[in-house]
Design a protein around this ligand. Structure first.
Ligand SMILES: Cc1cc2nc3c(=O)[nH]c(=O)nc-3n(C[C@H](O)[C@H](O)[C@H](O)COP(=O)(O)OP(=O)(O)OC[C@H]3O[C@@H](n4cnc5c(N)ncnc54)[C@H](O)[C@@H]3O)c2cc1C
Ligand code: FES
Length: 258
């Protein structure tokens, strides 16, 4: 892990408030694992003071670049959306614990909303290890699934769901998961909004399928020093830090009930 000045190589507006940002940062690319994140200064100015965390969406070793896929939700991401090519951003990373990869297994990858972001890097890594991969992506509408084509080359089974039915199954990605369970997967990987994660966790426990969940929390330091990002762990007085004990946890490690 280190702090690097990364040059913006490309910055693409994908939809009304979602962007794909590619940063030249070979030092992070060399070490990054799927599920890890970077802590980014969103502009060259001082404000906002705190870095913002973003999952590594994909890496390109030949270009020495990593990409993040992000939505504009507040001050930091709004500033980030205005960053131009060749500007330098301060990047801390790679951070956190990533996904544990399977080999030769039947796995389901589930991404909901901006939780789709870390799943592309994961799908690529899983595809290198002879896994049979089902990918389930869900969003409010088809605009939220504009990155779907990048996933297609890592699977023969890409299924989509939208709340409004504008693309794929009309309904939730959890409904797609329920059908996929008939294929007896041996590992579930999920990232998305809390209600989705709760349902994935419940189904994994009911069916006895190992499951890894990537969680989100407001973060300050990003490196386990400030206790600003704790979540509720399973068991008395266990409050793991999302930034350094996660963001990826085994489903049974965390209590998502509150
Ligand atoms: C490990 C990790 C990986 C992430 N990866 C991505 C990613 O790949 N793409 C992406 O778009 N976003 C991702 N996020 C969320 C992203 O960090 C926040 O959207 C961003 O920090 C918001 O900054 P802001 O200054 O624009 O918004 P703020 O002004 O800080 O907040 C705006 C609104 O967003 C909410 N919010 C801010 N941060 C979070 C958070 N961490 N969790 C839940 N709600 C939050 C606030 O409560 C507020 O309502 C990730 C978060 C974590 C912890
Ligand atoms: S953000 Fe400081 S401990 Fe996690």
């Amino acid at each position: 892990m280190g702090v690097y000045e990364a040059r913006v190589i490309s910055h693409q507006k994908l939809q009304e408030s979602a962007y794909l940002l590619e940063l030249h940062c070979p030092e992070i690319v060399e070490k990054a694992q799927a599920g890890q994140f970077v802590h980014l200064k969103c502009s060259e100015t001082l404000a906002p003071l705190l870095r913002r965390p973003f999952s590594i969406h994909k890496t390109d070793a030949a270009r020495g670049s990593l990409s993040i896929y992000y939505a504009v939700v507040g001050e930091g991401t709004d500033l980030l959306s205005k960053v131009s090519i060749n500007e330098q951003l301060s990047v801390l990373g790679p951070l956190g614990k990533g996904f544990q990869l399977t080999k030769g297994k039947n796995v389901v990858v589930i991404g909901g909303g901006m939780g789709i972001a870390p799943m592309l890097f994961l799908a690529e890594e899983l595809s290198k290890n002879d896994n049979k991969i089902t990918i389930l992506l869900g969003a409010r509408d088809k605009e939220g699934l504009l990155v779907k084509d990048s996933f297609a080359r890592f699977t023969n089974d890409l299924q989509l769901a939208t709340d409004d039915g504008s693309l794929g199954h009309k309904g939730t990605v959890v409904e797609l998961l329920k059908e996929s369970l008939q294929d007896n997967p041996t590992m579930l990987y999920a990232c998305g909004p809390l209600p989705m994660l709760k349902e994935v966790k419940r189904l994994s426990e009911k069916e006895g399928i190992p499951c890894q969940l990537s969680l989100e929390a407001r973060m300050a330091c990003g490196i386990g020093a400030c206790l600003g990002c704790t979540c509720k762990g399973k068991g008395e007085k266990y409050y793991p830090k999302v930034c350094s004990d996660g963001p990826v946890f085994w489903a049974e490690e965390v209590d998502l009930s509150e």
